[in-house]
Write a protein that binds this ligand. Structure first.
Ligand code: FES
Length: 100
């Protein structure tokens, strides 16, 4: 795993998420109670979860409303034991970094 800069500071509004492409992956970063990083593509039909509705730790996929925990990646409904991969994320002086 390698720490890589994924975003400038201030690029992700508080209480929101944003999708980024890095190293062939599409990753969602959420600015909610600290920063959280996880795979952006919903396991249902590859919807981008970054722009979904955030309620506490739960993001709702905007396409068909499946729900994931942004801290664990765990899918909350429909299927058992399904989770999106999560990544360590740090806010540093010069930007937001993820360990990918
Ligand atoms: S693509 Fe996310 S719920 Fe269908």
């Amino acid at each position: 795993m390698t720490w890589k800069k994924i975003s400038e500071k201030g690029e992700i509004s508080a209480g929101k998420g944003k999708a980024f492409k890095i190293d062939g992956k599409q990753i969602a970063i959420f600015n909610q109670d600290g920063y959280h990083a996880l795979d952006d593509l919903c396991v249902h039909q590859d919807g981008s979860i970054a722009g979904g509705k955030l309620d506490g730790d739960i993001i709702e996929c905007p396409l068909h409303f499946w729900h994931y925990n942004i801290k664990t990646g765990q899918l909350n409904d429909y299927l058992k034991d399904v989770k999106l991969e999560t990544y360590s994320v740090e806010s540093r002086d010069d930007g937001i970094y993820v360990d990918i």
